[in-house]
Write a new protein. Structure first.
Length: 240
């Protein structure tokens, strides 16, 4: 019973975090669930949880979605995924997370206190950031940070940023879940834990969305940057 309670609490927190900011559910829930569940169960479980949260948020904001904003990221990610898998085999996984954590913290601090947010990056950069996202997805199952950084560099409205993130996660998540099911990772135990935690996931996502609605437009990017900094710190803490 205690295990189920912990799973539901973690999933609620994951839903709240992504409902509030548009990201973070997988990177938050994966290491916490891995404390008391087998990692082979946790990986497909968080994929299902993250994908379900993404569907809810995408439906909420679909009218702000523009496919032209996501397809360069996705095309860039395709060649990056196998390269990330290659690096995972060749490099120390902990070292990769150290480097990524330091980059996220440094970028967040710089953007919060020094960088002007009035200039927008040109669309061609999306392919490069998509490529980095693919590399990180293949190496760490963490494609999100590169995409989030790219979108924080745009002058888009908060609804556009959030729904574009969900569009990217929706496509990449569907691919991940398909292959996990194909190779037998999505077991009956995984589906059982997912169904048990589903009500708390929905509640957490909608609660986070309510708080998201109260964030002023000019403050949303600051929320993203603060959460990115915490995410980077959390990654370093995991491997320290």
């Amino acid at each position: 019973m205690q295990t189920y309670v912990l799973i539901c609490l973690i999933v609620f927190l994951a839903g709240f975090t992504q409902g509030l900011s548009g990201f973070g559910s997988i990177l938050l829930s994966l290491p916490l669930l891995a404390i008391f569940l087998d990692i082979k169960t946790v990986i497909p479980l968080v994929a299902l949880i993250g994908f379900s949260i993404t569907i809810i948020l995408f439906v909420q904001l679909w009218k702000h979605f523009d496919w032209k904003k996501i397809y360069p990221l996705f095309l860039g990610a395709l060649p990056g995924i196998p390269l990330g898998v290659f690096f995972l085999k060749k490099l120390d996984k902990d070292l990769i997370q150290w480097i990524l954590g330091i980059i996220l913290i440094s970028y967040s601090v710089y953007s919060l206190f020094f960088r002007s947010t009035t200039k927008q990056m040109k669309g061609g950069w999306a392919y490069l950031f998509g490529f980095f996202a693919g590399c990180l997805g293949g190496a760490l199952s963490a494609a999100g940070p590169a995409v989030i950084v790219y979108m924080s560099l745009q002058t888009w409205r908060k609804d556009t940023i959030k729904v574009t993130l969900q569009g990217f996660f929706l496509v990449s998540g569907a691919i991940v879940i398909f292959f996990q099911a194909l190779i037998g990772l999505t077991t009956t135990a995984v589906l059982h834990y997912f169904l048990v935690s589903l009500p708390l996931m929905v509640l957490g996502t909608y609660t986070g969305s309510i708080f998201y609605g109260k964030i002023r437009e000019e403050h949303y990017k600051k929320v993203i940057l603060v959460l990115l900094a915490f995410l980077g710190g959390f990654m370093i803490y995991r491997v320290a």
